[in-house]
Ligand binder design. Structure first.
Ligand SMILES: C[S@@+](CC[C@H](N)C(=O)[O-])C[C@H]1O[C@@H](n2cnc3c(N)ncnc32)[C@H](O)[C@@H]1O
Length: 424
């Protein structure tokens, strides 16, 4: 067997480092991928990202394939090397190249190099038998800590459909600046007015990127700003704004936007997005709970479990265990109450989270309606195109799930509601 690195070596080495951080240290890719991926060239970076995401998405299948070859799980690095190799081999990777490369990566490991023979033997068996077994295995399920509350909220049948959507992954959607022409990009309009790419390649190479004609934003994530229905010249406060997809929509409508976020780093990305698109907003580093003033309209995209984005972030259920969710739900309750105090009489608030948990969506809005007699649900939702009546909730919000639009490629899980403050 040759020891010469193949073209995929750097990408596989980086993917293994990322798998170690997610599965060993409980880090989200967003928290750790910069330092691993930045030194790579763009093609290897994209490949490492794809390998990591596909391995995490298929983790249950991969572990079932490997289980019969292992009497007990080896050290995490070796286990992840087997997982990566098995995923590639079972999904069409060329056996010789994959096995060679993974074995060489293990051989070079300081502590586990002696296990290269075992890895070679197992991956060769997987190369022979794995692809046929793979197709017969069930769609990977979420870990119990997350599956149980979601199945309770949406039922077992919906749970299976949500897991199927997670396994399929997510297409890429664009939100155009008003009047932008996207005909040079291969894609289709979704019923709600986002532009879904037919082939998600390198985004920055697409026509109109440098000119700032559009930005990447999932079709579901594009709806809260539409629900706020900002008007030209209105004073709009965008709370928890970074990296700014919704800020761009509000600014593109001509509103006088103030974008607030506690994270300077994320606001830097928001500012880059404003600069690229030529749109304008006042950018404020600060805590939602310390904001003052009165606004025509407020958008609160509260920090949440992000369980609606697992299609694109399969690291989340593997890295986390739900430990911090209680504190997030408490913070959301404080934030929505404070955001309400910033809405002027006759004004409106849109509350939203990219969560699948009703505690972070429906329940927060029900509590606000109970707590503030001057709050009622608005009517803008009825005017938005492409909204299926069954997505509208009892209290008048909009519940979106990844299993909706299966034939179009799904959407992120999201919750949103428009609340109107009575005029005095
Ligand atoms: C769901 S993300 C916002 C996404 C953003 N609205 C968009 O469309 O691109 C939640 C944001 O809340 C911010 N955040 C968390 N706690 C905050 C606080 N106490 N005050 C202000 N922002 C906060 C985080 O930094 C994060 O950027």
């Amino acid at each position: 067997m040759s020891n010469r690195p193949t073209s995929g070596t750097d990408a596989r080495r980086a993917a293994l480092a990322l798998l170690d951080k997610v599965l060993g240290e409980g880090l989200l890719l967003a928290e750790c991928q910069g330092q691993v991926l930045d030194p790579l060239d763009p093609a290897d970076r994209a490949r490492a990202q794809r390998l990591t995401l596909e391995t995490l998405r298929a983790l249950e299948r991969v572990d079932r394939i490997l289980q019969k070859h292992l009497r007990k799980p080896p050290a995490l690095f070796v286990r992840n090397a087997l997982r990566l190799g098995a995923m590639e081999l079972c999904t069409g990777g060329a056996a010789h190249g994959v096995v060679n490369d993974i074995v060489n990566l293990v051989a070079r490991h300081r502590r586990h190099g002696q296990l290269k023979g075992l890895v070679n033997a197992i991956l060769r068996k997987v190369a022979d038998e794995g692809p046929a077994e793979w197709a017969k295995l069930r769609v990977p399920r979420l870990p119990k800590w997350l599956r149980a509350p979601l199945a309770q909220a949406w039922g077992n049948e919906a749970m299976l459909a949500i897991e199927a959507a997670h396994f399929r992954g997510a297409p890429l959607d664009l939100t155009p600046k008003p009047g932008a022409d996207l005909t040079a990009i291969a894609g289709d309009w979704t019923p709600t007015g986002s532009y879904r790419l037919r082939d998600a390649g390198q985004v920055s190479a697409l026509p109109g990127f440098a000119a700032g004609d559009w930005w990447v934003q999932d079709a579901a994530a594009a709806l809260p700003a539409r629900l706020l229905n900002p008007q030209a010249g209105e004073r709009v406060l965008d709370l928890c704004a970074a990296p700014g997809g919704k800020t761009l929509q509000l600014a593109a409508a001509g509103a006088d936007v103030t974008a607030v976020d506690i994270s300077e780093g994320r606001l830097h990305r928001l500012q880059e997005n404003l600069t690229r698109t030529g749109l304008v907003a006042a950018v404020v580093v600060g805590d939602v709970l310390e904001q003052k003033g009165q606004y025509d309209a407020v958008l609160l995209d509260a920090p949440c479990s992000a369980t609606g984005t697992i299609r694109r972030h399969p690291d989340l259920p593997q890295a986390k265990d739900g430990g911090g969710f209680g504190a997030l739900i408490e913070l959301q309750a404080q934030m929505i109450a404070h955001a309400w105090s910033l809405v002027k009489p006759g004004g409106r608030l849109v509350y939203c989270t990219c969560s699948l948990l009703p505690d972070e969506g429906e329940c927060q809005v029900e509590d606000l309606l109970d707590m503030f007699p001057d709050a009622s649900i608005g009517t803008t939702l009825a005017t938005l195109p492409g909204i299926a009546p069954e997505w509208i909730t009892e209290e008048g919000g909009l519940r979106l799930r990844p299993d909706y639009w299966p034939e179009l490629g799904g959407m992120d899980g999201f919750y949103m509601a428009e609340l109107i403050k009575a005029a005095t």
